[in-house]
Design a protein. Structure first.
Length: 209
């Protein structure tokens, strides 16, 4: 499965978790536990699996895991786990290759993509009926944006414009909800993660197919 050459350069140095996993994983585990309690199977697809850290952690807890990422370097680290993690992206026909899943993750990815509607469609196509899509991205809201504006140089540091393959989209709850609803999801709910809610580092959207 070939990834777009424009996306293949994001680099990973190891298969170890990043600092973001410290606040993403506790919320993810609560969402997954709630989903299991509602009768969903312990099967999860990781769209944008990066270096495989999340997939590896879930597999260690007994989950069936598969996933893709456009970073060839990331997949080199990820495949060392022995999981079914491949080079690929939302621009591929993932549902035909992997089938449909009760849980689909997309953690800290949507801010990197040029075509977010295609990403949202891929998420929806990977979901079986009644599945949960779990999408995280850096949080942006009025209070946080105002706080950044009051600190000299904060926006430059926040946007990281000099980083290759960095963030190119900046999402609020309103815009991310609209994206997921347009793709066919329903009942989109949000949790804010890291710091106090008004200045949260990230947010997670949970949407039902």
């Amino acid at each position: 499965m070939a990834a777009s050459a424009d996306l293949a350069g994001y680099s990973w140095r190891s298969a170890e978790p990043t600092c973001a996993h410290a606040y993403l994983w506790p919320a993810l585990h609560r969402i997954l536990a709630d989903g299991i309690a509602e009768g969903r199977a312990r099967r999860v697809f990781d769209l944008g699996c990066g270096n495989g850290a999340t997939a590896r952690a879930l597999a260690a807890e007994g989950w069936e895991v598969a996933g893709v990422d456009p970073s060839q370097q990331g997949i080199v680290h990820a495949r060392a786990t022995g999981l079914d993690l491949r080079v690929g992206s939302a621009y591929d026909d993932l549902a035909s290759a992997f089938g449909r899943w009760p849980f689909v993750l997309c953690l800290e990815v949507v801010e990197h993509v040029y075509f977010p509607h295609r990403l949202a469609r891929a998420l929806f196509e990977l979901c079986e009926p009644g599945a949960l899509a779990i999408v995280s991205t850096p949080y942006h809201g009025y209070c946080k944006n105002l706080a950044l504006s009051l600190v000299p140089g904060a926006w430059d540091r926040h946007h990281h414009p000099l980083n290759d393959h960095g963030h190119i989209k900046f999402w609020s709850e309103r815009t991310l909800r609209a994206l997921l609803l347009q793709a066919g999801f329903k009942d989109v709910r949000f949790r804010r993660l890291g710091r106090v809610p008004a200045l949260a580092k990230s947010m997670i959207a949970v949407a039902e197919s």
